[in-house]
Every structure is written in structure tokens, then in C-alpha cells.
Ligand binder design. Structure first.
Ligand code: FE2
Ligand code: FE2
Length: 137
């Protein structure tokens, strides 16, 4: 099912620092999706903490290499992270339904984002940080 978080090698982008973050994202989101009501707030807090780090390191990569599409990509990060933080606040007040819904929807967002914004960024970072030729692919 499209909404069930599950890591797959098909998600690999060929840039290890991003692939590692994405594997962790899938694992933590799967835990949040499967969490009991009692465990959900902590599982979501783990998800938010991971995502701050994951998006933050992509944002740093864009800024430090002068990535041309950074504003659109960073905007997507900011919007999603803000929603996740709102969810965390709601979960802290005992409102779990919005977080449950977000946990389902976040996986399809992630698949789209990874295959578009992140795929382009991974290619850019491989080239600029590892000197791969820009004429191939
Ligand atoms: Fe990412
Ligand atoms: Fe991203």
C-alpha cells in the first residue's frame, strides 16, 4: 500500500549521506505508523528530531554548493517540518488523530519528494562533492 512506510532499495539515490537519512526516515515512520496510542507521541517526537537533521543536512548541502533549485526544495522541507511540529504539539495534548493521518500521508509525500527533489539534489551533490563528470547521465 502506498501509505505504508517500508524501505526499499528502489529508493536509493546513489549518494550515501542522503540514502542513510532516507533509510532512517522509513524505519522511524514505520514505527510511528505501527505505534500504540501510548507510544505514538514519543515515536512522533523521534520522527520530528530525525527530520530536522535530515532536512537540515540537505539544506546545508544546497546552500554550501550553490544549488540552483534550493528555494523550492527548502520550502517543501519547511512546510512539511512545520506540519510535523504542529502534530507533535497536538499529540502532546492528547490529540492523536491528526498525527495518525499525517503518518499515513507522509509516506506518499516522501516517495514523491525523494524521486523528484532529492533525486536531483543527490545527482548535484555527487558531482560537486565528488568530482563526478557533469557530462554523463
Ligand atoms: Fe531527503
Ligand atoms: Fe529533500
Amino acid at each position: 500500500m502506498m501509505s505504508t512506510a517500508k524501505w526499499s532499495p528502489a529508493l536509493l539515490l546513489g549518494y550515501a549521506p542522503m540514502d542513510d537519512e532516507h533509510r532512517a526516515f522509513a524505519v522511524l515512520l514505520a514505527r510511528a505508523q505501527d505505534a500504540s496510542d501510548q507510544d505514538l507521541p514519543q515515536a512522533w517526537a523521534n520522527m520530528v528530531a530525525h527530520t530536522e537533521q535530515h532536512f537540515g543536512s540537505e539544506d546545508d548541502g544546497m546552500l554550501s554548493t550553490g544549488y540552483p533549485s534550493s528555494s523550492q526544495h527548502m520550502l517543501e522541507h519547511r512546510v512539511v517540518l512545520n506540519l510535523m511540529r504542529e502534530g507533535l504539539e497536538q499529540a502532546g495534548q492528547g490529540q492523536l488523530a491528526p498525527v495518525r493521518q499525517m503518518a499515513r500521508e507522509l509516506w506518499s509525500w516522501f516517495l514523491r519528494h525523494t524521486q523528484s527533489q532529492d533525486a536531483a539534489l543527490a545527482l548535484h551533490l555527487r558531482r560537486t562533492r565528488h568530482g563526478e563528470p557533469t557530462t554523463t547521465m
